[in-house]
Design a protein around this ligand. Structure first.
Ligand code: NAD
Length: 462
């Protein structure tokens, strides 16, 4: 049986291309679909359609857009099961994790429908009611969203929700490794009655489409999530053209356990966030920093939890190879590694590493594979310095007693998000921001909405 083909989504049109890219089921290797390999001329068509849609979409006003986003969110809700199943197959995430990703991402869409309603214009009145300073939030314009494969639905909706609320039009370029669910989101915009051209999806080769989008004069902003290597390339295209940019990049999460911290909580945080999505999460716990006296008990409690994990397959072949390389590097440099073997197909064994330290790749660079290193410390300042050492600053975790000291330590961690005494990271109403090498700008919360706004001051003198 031939795999179904999914054309480009250019507003209300569905466009075939001369070439197609196979997408496989990560668990079985079976080709489940072919996606259109978009070309620069397809990018141009999508940008033209978006520019044509922009004035009408803005003119709908905040309340009109809120209604349209709410309708769209309801259609997405109705498709949650198929979206989750699609992610599960194309990316390999266990179905329960895929369902959670889709459910949380749909909440983001509802949140930004509400944010559209609260998009106030401000006025500082002059001597008469019609004079003074009017400050209004105008949409930044046409936005290209370039997204990775590890959270293929969430990372599109984190951009699409606020962009639509602000009055922008968006062209989504999902990762070629897992493009189906992201494309489906854009396909459903038509079903939800979004005006033609407001939402498009161009699938295909990253570098070719990245260059076409980032250099196109009709694109006002590029919102990117992915690796630092690609972010630098995107900035090199977009910055000389003075396009607005937001970059959400990788992390190297630490879990700092204080001497009055609850060990069960620490073990739970390490297990859930060390191995979620097979370690392929930007908010992963990569290093556990623990008082030396507590290390052995922590490791003894973590070990059976790791043994009981049921991980999905790795989403990419290069991720699988990287797992083997990181473990070999750590062993060669003197660490003790439990687990970490390559298994059949795309599966790997999770790894627990002790005796690791700076100079080992998995301690210095984002691993992006299921591996957690446990590193003992002797005083808290030393632990905070290690938490802040690598050039990342996305998400870290602190487990400590319910005291002021725990919060003071959390504040000293140079990360956009620090989670205290638990593992749930993301809420729609608070910003998710990468500090240092983890990015520029923020998604979600009010900052995530402002990222799609340009302010206009109408200085009305008479
Ligand atoms: P990636 O950078 O390889 O790819 C991201 C996107 O860029 C894809 O759409 C890809 O097709 C495109 N791309 C690839 N090469 C390109 C090029 N030369 N020019 C233009 N575009 C190109 O990243 P990935 O491997 O898909 O994702 C993993 C990375 O994303 C990790 O570092 C992870 O931590 C990060 N991430 C960050 C966040 C966050 O919110 N901060 C969330 C999830 C993932």
């Amino acid at each position: 049986m031939t795999a179904p083909r999914y054309p480009l989504v250019i507003g209300d049109s569905r466009v075939d291309t001369p070439n197609w890219i196979p997408v496989d089921d990560r668990a079985t290797g079976e080709v489940i679909a072919e996606i259109a390999a978009g070309r620069p001329e397809d990018v141009d068509a999508a940008v033209t359609r978006a520019r044509a849609a922009l004035p009408g979409w803005e003119a709908l006003g905040p309340l009109g857009r809120a209604e349209a986003i709410r309708r769209y969110a309801a259609v997405l809700d109705a498709h949650q099961p198929v979206l989750a199943e699609t992610i599960h197959r194309e990316e390999g995430k266990p179905l329960g994790e895929a369902q959670a990703e889709v459910a949380r991402a749909c909440e983001v869409m509802h949140h930004f429908a509400g944010e559209a309603e609260r998009l106030w214009t401000m006025q500082l009145p002059g001597p008469t009611l019609s004079t003074g300073s009017i400050v209004r939030p105008a949409p930044i314009g046409v936005v290209a969203a370039i997204t990775p494969w590890n959270f293929p639905v969430a990372l599109v909706l984190w951009k699409l929700g606020p962009a639509l609320a602000a009055g922008c039009c968006m062209i989504v370029k999902p990762a070629e490794e897992a493009p189906l669910a992201a494309r489906m989101l854009c396909d459903l915009a038509t079903e939800a009655g979004m005006p033609d051209g407001v939402v498009s999806c161009i699938t295909g080769d990253g570098p070719v489409l990245g260059e076409a989008l980032c250099t196109h004069p009709g694109v006002d902003k590029v919102a990117f999530t992915g690796s630092r290597r690609v972010a630098e390339q995107i900035a090199a295209w977009a910055s000389p053209r003075l396009k607005a940019l937001s970059l959400e990049l990788g992390g190297h999460g630490s879990l700092l356990v204080l001497d009055d911290g609850d060990l069960d909580t620490a073990v739970e945080v390490a297990l859930v966030q060390g191995f979620a999505n097979c370690g392929q999460a930007c908010y992963s716990v990569n290093r556990v920093l623990i008082p030396r006296a507590m290390e052995q008990e922590f490791v003894d409690r973590l070990r059976p939890g790791i043994a009981a994990l049921a991980l999905g397959p790795m989403a990419t072949d290069r991720g699988r190879d990287r797992h083997a390389m990181l473990i070999e590097d750590a062993r060669a440099k003197g660490a003790t590694v439990e687990g970490g073997a390559l298994l059949d197909g795309n599966y790997v064994e999770p790894a627990l590493v002790t005796g690791a330290g700076p100079g080992m790749l998995l301690v210095d660079e984002e691993p992006f594979t299921p591996v957690v290193a446990v590193m003992p410390y002797d005083d808290v300042d030393e632990a905070v310095a290690e938490a802040n050492r690598p050039d990342y600053g996305l998400v870290s975790y602190v487990v400590g007693g319910e005291s002021r000291r725990t919060l003071e330590v959390a504040e000293r961690i140079e990360c956009g998000t620090v989670v205290v005494n638990g593992w749930r990271v993301v809420v729609p109403y608070a910003p998710y921001a990468g500090w240092k090498g983890s990015g520029v700008g923020a998604e979600l919360g009010h900052p995530g909405l402002e990222a799609f706004i340009r302010w206009q001051h109408l200085r009305v003198l008479a």
